[in-house]
Design a protein around this ligand. Sequence first.
Ligand SMILES: [Zn+2]
Length: 138
Amino acid sequence: MRAALAVAARNVGATGDNPSVGCVIVKNGAVVAEGVTDVGGRPHAEETALAGVDARGATAYVTLEPCAKRTSGALSCADHLIKAGVARVVIAARDPHPFADGAGVARMREAGIAVELGLLEDEARAQNADFFARWDKG
Ligand SMILES: [Zn+2]
């Protein structure tokens, strides 16, 4: 997760209204891919990390809960992770935005992915403090 936070740090402040998220894919004990929310807010970190890598059976470390819905109607990051066949997703912080808000976690668990929440949560929240201040109404 430290690696994912370091990846996310690259675009903090450059992703518009979206938070800067980091995603690292680990397979057989090695990092095989990484992604950060692109400048302007899209593509999302998970999309970039999953592009062009065989993530079947891998673990994804994500600094924010993957989205369950997109304004564009495109496939959400939760769906991308399911489609890629990822076995385990470790998340730093729950996403308070209505397009996630627990729904990303629920969708992945329903699909049989082992989901863990809360690893280095304080660091992840501090990284996108403005985003959490805007959406997290407790
Ligand atoms: Zn997303």
